[in-house]
Design a protein around this ligand. Structure first.
Ligand code: NI
Length: 245
């Protein structure tokens, strides 16, 4: 069930049987010449939506702008400051807890969000600790590509140059989600350079077309379907176990 398309009595009824919800969380940032700007939000969203249907889980709205300051050299990229994102995540948690949710599972699609989501969890728990009240909820962060078995599927499909940004795997997932948005572009170089970066200007200077280490020229919707199926099944198992704890 999607929170967005449920009515409040349906949410109230769901809460009688489960206190758990999954929040897809991602980013709006460039993903190279053939990748969608919404890739990091689309991937956790499609996986969560399919898991919600398969496992009878409630899926909340997608938190779709994250910490992506290093991508701002490319048109369309958006960012939150880490401090803004921490405050927003804490408000999402407080809103859900007010209605009785006690297990909030954040399915993340962007490596650049990890430190900030963890900081938000620490901020949220700190309020309870400082008040000396036991916190009634538990928070979980999982990156979709680290769900059990998913990396093995990605490696079997793309054994070479899946890369670390604008990966062939994640672009395949978005093509599966939005087949009408598939881009046909010649990539040059075929495999993007590897390396680190600091701010947006530094990133653009090092990675001219936005990719890092990847060759997403072989991305297809069919390959994305296999990756999503693997992630969907793993997420159902992981979320059901977390909601029961
Ligand atoms: Ni990405």
């Amino acid at each position: 069930m999607l929170l967005h398309t449920a009515s409040w009595p349906e949410v109230e009824a769901y809460l009688e049987g489960s206190k758990g919800i999954i929040i897809p969380i991602g980013s709006t940032e460039q993903h190279g010449p053939n990748g969608l700007v919404g890739t990091d939000a689309i991937c956790p969203e499609i996986i969560a939506h399919e898991a919600g249907e398969a496992g009878g889980l409630l899926i909340g709205p997608t938190f779709n702008v994250g910490v992506a300051q290093h991508h701002l050299g490319f048109p369309g990229s958006m960012t939150l400051r880490p401090s803004t994102m921490i405050a927003a995540i804490c408000d999402w948690i407080d809103s859900l807890h007010r209605h009785g949710f006690e297990r909030i599972y954040f399915l993340n699609g962007h490596g650049g969000n990890i430190a900030t989501i963890q900081a938000a969890f620490a901020e949220s728990y700190a309020g309870w600790s400082l008040d000396a009240d036991p916190c009634p909820y538990r928070l979980k962060l999982a990156n979709w590509w680290e769900l059990p078995g998913v990396m093995e599927v990605c490696r079997s499909i793309f054994p070479v140059a899946d890369g670390s940004h604008a990966t062939a795997s994640e672009i395949s997932v978005t093509y599966y989600a939005y087949p009408a948005a598939v881009k046909t572009v010649t990539l040059n170089p075929k495999i993007a350079p590897e390396g680190g970066f600091a701010d947006a200007a530094d990133y653009r200077a090092r990675f001219a077309d936005g990719r890092i280490g990847s060759d997403p020229s072989g991305a297809t919707a069919e390959k994305g379907a296999k990756i999503v199926a693997s992630a969907r099944d793993a997420l159902v198992r992981e979320a059901q176990a977390f909601f029961k704890r």
